[in-house]
Design a protein around this ligand. Structure first.
Ligand code: PLP
Length: 392
């Protein structure tokens, strides 16, 4: 039989997608299942963004763009990074428009990791970091982030895992799956650590605008001594409800971009041209719909947090960002996988077992509140009834 490459041996099919496909199968068979497993805004892309892409199509913007992306989009991204993040990047040489933030992560790992290099990754996490690192031949190293610290990273956990092979550290704030937003102090410590140990820092800021109750997001790339080592990645999927458009970007010092652009050139070449014009519409147009979505996510966050706090056998930390909540289910006496299956069968709600989000996620389930308020109300009620049944 024809065999896949060795590098694929440790790369599983995505655990979240597995849940998603099982749920879709059941939905098609007539089951009324509420989706709480997928990180996809339930809103439509705002109309002015669609119009900008339609106009681009009508104007014949259907050919390759520069490998870096259209200059107009890069300029809009540079402006945004300056205004929102305190990051100063040259739109001509320091920004690459990518096919989703996913591609930006992959590109950074492929460009900077040698076989055997180690990457420090806060765990639980969005597991793409693990598998992208492995596809580059590198070794992902789990660094636990713990509930007792509101899932903020602890510098000692990073320090104790450094070896001569450590090459990169990943930061994702606001965080998927914990909803943590890293504090300024935590980020300053991580920056200090990265400078001392000469690490690359991959900073995934895709949820930066989804922060609640006055919580602030900080971009580590703007801290002293971080420009030369940080790759900031971000995208349009979440905040503008554009997951299917597949648009993101990487911003970094020109020296770093020079390596990454070659991965991009030989894989995707450029992001879809007319979609890029939609992204320009997103950045330059009104931000009111994005703000409305964040407000609605906050309302849902409160609903789900309050409901979970009152459920038997559940401990829960209040999330401050993104659209996930990560309750501890250990007291229920079932594994995360067993509980997720039970909730799917009994309550008809789909959640992600923490086990598929890292070795330190085993006592948790991830609930995405990117679903309508009404569905969330229904889902929480169903979950409460199912857990009552379980706990007697
Ligand atoms: C932390 C994180 N980064 C990146 C992505 C992927 O973003 P994109 O759709 O831009 O590829 C996701 C999607 O779930 C995510 O949770």
């Amino acid at each position: 039989m024809m065999k896949a490459a060795h590098r694929m041996e440790s790369i599983p099919f995505s655990g979240i997608r597995k849940v998603f496909e099982e749920v879709n199968r059941r939905t098609a068979a007539g089951e009324d299942i509420i989706h709480l497993e997928i990180g996809r805004p339930d809103f439509d892309t705002p109309a002015h963004i669609k119009e900008a892409a339609k106009k681009a199509l009508d104007e014949g913007k259907v050919h390759y763009s520069s490998n870096y992306g259209f200059p107009e989009l890069r300029e809009a991204i540079a402006q945004k990074l300056g205004k929102d993040n305190g990051l100063s990047y040259d739109s001509a040489t320091e920004i690459i428009v990518t096919v989703g933030t996913n591609e930006a992560v992959f590109m950074a790992m492929m460009a900077f990791l040698n076989p055997g290099d180690e990457v420090l990754i806060p765990d639980p996490c969005w597991l793409h970091y693990f598998y992208c690192a492995q596809m580059a031949g590198a070794v992902p190293i789990s660094v636990p982030v713990r509930e007792e610290n509101q899932f903020n990273p602890q510098i000692d956990e990073f320090r104790s895992r450094i070896t001569p092979n450590t090459k990169m550290m990943v930061i994702n704030t606001p965080n998927n799956p914990t909803g943590a937003v890293y504090s300024l102090e935590a980020l300053e410590e991580l920056a200090q650590f990265a400078r001392e140990t000469e690490l690359f820092v991959l900073s995934d800021e895709i949820y930066e605008k989804m922060v609640y109750e006055g919580t602030r997001h900080f971009s580590i790339g703007g801290f002293p001594g971080m420009r030369e080592r940080t790759i900031t990645v971000n995208g349009f999927s979440k905040i503008y409800a554009m997951t299917g458009w597949r648009l993101g970007y990487a911003a970094a010092d020109h020296e770093l971009i020079k390596a990454m652009i070659r991965i991009h050139q030989y894989t995707t070449v450029c992001a879809t041209s007319f979609a890029q014009w939609g992204a320009i519409g997103a950045l330059e147009g009104p931000q009111s719909e994005a703000a409305m979505m964040v407000k609605e996510f906050d309302r849902r966050r409160k609903l789900v947090f309050t409901a979970l706090q009152e459920m038997p056998g559940i401990e829960v930390v209040e999330p401050r960002g993104a659209f996930y909540i990560f309750p501890n289910i250990k007291a229920l006496g079932k594994s995360a996988e067993e509980l997720s299956s039970y909730l799917l069968d009994e309550a008809k709600i789909a959640v992600v077992p923490g086990t598929v989000l890292g070795e330190f996620g085993t006592d948790y389930i991830r609930i995405s509140y990117a679903n309508s308020y009404e569905n969330l109300e229904k889902a929480m009620e169903r979950m409460r009834t199912a857990l009552m049944k379980l706990t007697g």
